[in-house]
Design a protein around this ligand. Sequence first.
Ligand code: PLP
Length: 564
Amino acid sequence: MLEESECESDFLLTEEFEKRYVLIHEHYFSRNADYWPIFKEPGMAHIIKSRFDGLQSEDRLADYPNGSQLYSRIRQECTIPQKSTVPNPEEMDEMLLFTGALCKNWENPASVENVVTMPCDPAIYAAMIGTLSNPNLAYKEYCGMGEDMEKYVIRQMATLAGYNPSQATGIFTSGGTFCNLYGYLMGIRKSMPEARSYGMGYTHDYRFINSKGGHYSNTTNLSLLGVNLKNKTIRIKVNKNNKIDIKDFELQLESCFRLKSVVTCIMLTMGTTDTFGVDEVKPVYEIRERLCEQYGIKVLPHIHADAAIGWSMLFFLHYNFATNPLGINVVTLHGLERNVELFRQIRYADSFTVDFHKWGYVPTTSSLVMFKNKDDLKFLENDPENFSYFEDDIQGQTHLQSTIECSRGGIGLFGAYGALKYLGVEGYQAILAHSLQNANYFRHRLHEFPGVKVLAYQNQGPSVGFRIYNPAVVEDAEAEFEFEYDFNEGEEYHQRLQRNSLWHRDIFLRRGKVGLYTNWVDYISHTAHDEKDRHCYIPGEKAVFMNPKTTFEDIDKYLACLIV
Ligand SMILES: *Cc1c(COP(=O)(O)O)cnc(C)c1O
């Protein structure tokens, strides 16, 4: 069941790519102490060995020396040791090593649960240097050269995204959720400066706009900001590929302006977590410009792009698709080309979210919120009176007054620097192409099964969501999904949706974890909206291919047990 113009070999790996990838893996993902001497340290070496040995193990806890005793201690002990422990390099703390060894094993090729990965070797090394030097990015005096490195990485990221590096700025913060919070807060402070002292709604009626396909941090952030989610937040409809419906967006924005509501922030998503829907920023930007002009709106709604996972596609903005120097396979090459057209538009966003700890292979957490215009940070400035214990002349040089946090760790920054430096654009291109070649191979093979509907088949992200129907009852998975998609209130409709979901859920549970550790998601897709705007969520299964260790063989092993 190939799409038109696709052929079987378009999904396979080219010899050229495989050769190159062996080296990428060897240099950056193998924990090889010949390249990265820190891995020789006995504690590190122990953890690495037990994590790699554990790959064959069904039960890592039972196989760990003294595992059950350590496990009961970690769960039961509740006092700090009274006596100091004298360091002994021959015998480092066993609880520490046990815990490190038995943290979730992302090095396992089967680990595809979510947008989480093993970090690359250079990022671990760099993050450890960061730990050792311990910069606090709150304030120049507390971080010294760390502040200059933050600016350095921000300039690199500005250039990568197509922002002007001398005009842009950014803030390393703790998680993509916080980056999005910065986006929302920026919108509030720009459009309702009085909110800093009086809260929202003091003089203006206001609205927030985001996408129905957006990450749940949209909701947690707005809720913590005290926004009335029901009446002040407009969630734009998404199409089958989980991108916002531009017509609906325009309609909603214009209604706000007609009713004289201030629109604070438009939060777009570039790469939804489960289906990699990418919102188009340029048309949103153009509609904003046109309507603000037409309605005489002076303060433009702030456009923030949540590119927490999607940002990695920026590495392909200048890839030579004609000569394809990495030998990326045909299907993935075309997919990347489509992505590039979308991610080129990121420069129309006023700010965007980057999670290095997701598709950037940096230890968790390492997040950066980028702003196109550094003067925007002025809107975030708090009352200087709040900062009386910092010296005035040093304050001016930092983001101190504009950050939500006080202390900011530098470990994420160092990790990001290390990954960018050592992998370089080409190293990233190779590892990202590896991810997408796996995802495309998986989509393609799944699609061949009768009874399987691959969601948003054309979307070119690492996540693959799908539904499995009972082939004994459902003749045509595509038609069945169409039926489900077309929401109605009828009893028969809901029973059929539920019947299908339960059957798949049962298969998922019975199969257990073989080949790939896929996940069950309650909202893998959604139905269309009926005339009363009612709709519902559709559950399903997903796998996310960011893992540098996963191969076609792992995928085949899983597929062999798909329906049991
Ligand atoms: C993961 C994710 C977030 C949240 O980022 P954290 O770093 O987990 O806080 C936000 N948006 C999208 C699209 C994500 O995938």
